[in-house]
Design a protein around this ligand. Structure first.
Ligand code: B1M
Length: 213
């Protein structure tokens, strides 16, 4: 079995203790970090999601797989995010209210950081008021990035943008949105300034919104 396949099956089986070592081994073998991430870990999470949908596994197994992926991402992080010297600017990032998924959001944060930004990561289940509070504390921040992984939390993207509008701050920032159920059409519908499908294009989008791409 190839090392990338080994990583995928270890993530799928939730083997937290071995994933980090396997990722290190793959890096030592010269495999591209993006291949390890996409073919080794993200694809495994796709299978986990399918199994969950088909009632073959349940939330605890999904959680254990997520923990295993996090271990692998920790090892991969320095290779994905090569820091620039001076940050281009600040990006406020968070998973919106009601949503606890953070693996994709963390990857987006790493890639944006890797593109040279300082990322203010507010975590998961972030209420609109928290985004507004941090925006007020960081008036030099020009991009707010909102992640949503559940169809049931997509309306929180709308309400967060609305709350930012009502706080009189909408003109001070560009808002980008993403996450598995989010589409360009939905982003347009809710008045977001940008949508991206994955972490790499999120970093490109942040640069574009900052006017540096
Ligand atoms: Co949940 N979960 N989950 N889950 N979970 C999904 C999302 C689901 C699709 C599984 C399924 O049914 N097939 C489903 C959602 C269905 C739907 O809404 N249509 C689901 C469900 C139903 C639930 C619960 C409701 C289950 C329950 O309790 N009955 C529950 C909700 C909890 C809550 O949030 N309130 C729940 C809980 C959990 C765990 C806590 C167990 C765990 C999360 C652990 C964690 O994140 N720390 C979990 C997991 C692991 C998943 C799956 C299996 C994997 C998610 C993931 O990490 N993917 C997921 C199935 C799947 O995605 N295949 C599933 C890998 C990650 C790299 O991809 O997050 O999509 P992703 O991020 C990508 C892009 O989307 C994009 O870039 C990332 C990297 O390329 N992106 C952005 C993300 N944010 C972005 C922001 C941007 C731009 C791009 O700009 C700002």
């Amino acid at each position: 079995m190839s090392i990338v396949k080994e990583i995928a099956s270890a993530v799928e089986a939730g083997k937290s203790k071995v994933v980090g070592g396997l990722v290190e081994q793959a890096l030592n073998e010269g495999i591209e970090p993006s291949v390890i991430l996409n073919d080794g870990m993200i694809s495994a999470m796709g299978i986990v999601g399918e199994k969950f949908k088909n009632n073959e596994i349940f939330v605890p197994e999904m959680l254990i797989a997520a923990r295993a992926m996090k271990k692998g991402v920790e090892v991969l992080q320095p290779h994905l995010a090569k820091q620039g010297v001076e940050p281009i600017g600040k990006v406020i990032l968070g998973t919106i209210s009601g949503d606890l998924h953070d693996i994709g959001k963390n990857l987006v944060g790493m890639m944006i950081e890797g593109a040279g930004f300082k990322v203010l990561d507010l975590g998961v289940d972030v209420p609109p008021e928290k985004f507004i509070e941090v925006m007020k504390e960081n008036p030099d921040c020009k991009v707010v990035a909102l992640s949503a992984l559940l169809t049931s939390t997509m309306p929180a993207l709308t309400s967060t943008i609305k709350a930012i509008e009502e706080a009189g701050l909408r003109d001070t920032v560009k808002i980008m949105v993403g996450g598995a159920p989010v589409t360009q059409a939905f982003a347009d519908e809710i008045g977001a300034d940008g949508y991206s499908e994955d972490a790499a294009s999120a970093a490109e989008l942040a640069k574009k919104l900052y006017g540096v791409a």
